[in-house]
Design a protein around this ligand. Structure first.
Ligand code: PBG
Length: 313
């Protein structure tokens, strides 16, 4: 192996064109998914613009190829009825977007936490989230999303067996072609803070550690992915992204399916807050973050910068 001075790694770093020529990772808008919040009333968010709430009429395509819809319902109850009713907020949004933007890929988050009065991701029995009683509600929610025009459903609740329950229900309803993008390795993370404010979905008591994963574990993440794939998941997701790049890498190396990563609200919020103080450049920090997530092995990135990226690239 030749060494210095024959070898000089700086040679390929001299110009932008050379750097681009040998870049190992590229950002492509086609791989990005933009989360969108829809609610009966608009609620602009100046500090975190991507987390603003839109009305059905105010929804735009954001110039991105794919969106992930979250709903804030008019009313909440113990069972999260607003998640699956035919005229629910996400169902209305799906019909409107399908008509307005026929090409736009419509993904929906399937979970009950935005719709339950207690803010947990499933129904409660004796103060605990009842896994098996929740499955049917998640399946109903998925079917109603697909009926309203969803191209894929993304269960984020972390109940055991939900992918299988949703797959069976979709197949029974004649939607055997609709993919499931499973939030397979979803951690009980402190980085969901801004989301819970935007979606009004913080649990009214306790936390989510009884169903979401312990941040300490990576072998368990592989088991989650394995089970979801066995139950019929088409895409597996790791969430959050930046504090879990090792998990993305491990999942990438183990499985031959598309891997998604969710660059969550807290990751976006940290950069926005630091940029507002002049501590870092938002665009550079965002591009570096997204490149790192792709380099770790993600094929698809859900990110609040997707819309900005459409302008930056
Ligand atoms: C719903 C859900 C959450 C997020 C995505 N789907 C919140 C949570 O689990 O508490 C977080 C997204 C983000 O922080 O950007 N369960």
């Amino acid at each position: 192996m030749s060494t210095f001075p024959a070898t000089r790694l700086r040679r390929l770093r001299r110009t932008g064109a050379l750097r681009e020529l040998v870049a190992e990772t590229h950002l492509d808008l086609a791989d990005m998914v933009m989360p969108l919040f829809v609610s009966p009333e608009a609620l602009p968010n100046e500090a975190l613009p991507a987390m603003s709430r839109h009305t059905v009429d105010g929804l735009a395509s954001a110039g991105v190829p794919a969106v992930l819809l979250f709903g804030i319902p008019e009313a909440k109850d113990d069972e999260g009825t607003g998640a699956w009713i035919d005229d629910g907020i996400v169902q209305q949004a799906l019909r409107a977007l399908r008509e307005r933007f026929p090409e736009l890929l419509l993904l929906t988050d399937v979970c009950l936490c935005e719709y339950t009065a207690h803010g947990h991701c499933g129904v409660l029995h004796g103060g605990e989230v009842d896994n098996d009683a929740t499955l049917d509600l998640l399946a109903r929610t998925s079917i109603s999303h697909v009926e309203a025009g969803a191209d894929a459903v993304c269960p984020s609740d972390m109940m055991d067996g939900r992918v299988g329950a949703i797959r069976h229900a979709l197949d029974d309803a004649g939607y055997e072609q609709t993919p499931i993008v499973a939030y397979s390795a979803k951690y009980a993370s402190a980085f969901y803070g801004p989301f819970r404010e935007a979606a009004d979905s913080a649990p009214s008591f306790g936390d989510r550690r009884g169903y979401q994963m312990n941040p300490a574990n990576v072998r368990e993440a592989l088991r989650e992915c394995e089970l979801d794939l066995a139950e019929g998941a088409d895409v597996i997701m790791v969430k959050p992204a930046l504090p879990y790049l090792d998990v993305i890498r491990a999942v990438r190396e183990r499985f031959q399916v598309p891997v998604a990563a969710y660059n969550v609200s807290g990751e976006y919020g940290m950069v926005r807050a630091a940029a507002a103080r002049g501590w870092l450049d938002e665009r550079q920090a965002a591009l570096e973050s997204l490149t790192a997530i792709k380099r770790a092995g993600a094929d698809i990135v859900v990110t609040y910068w997707a819309k900005d990226l459409a302008a930056w690239l």
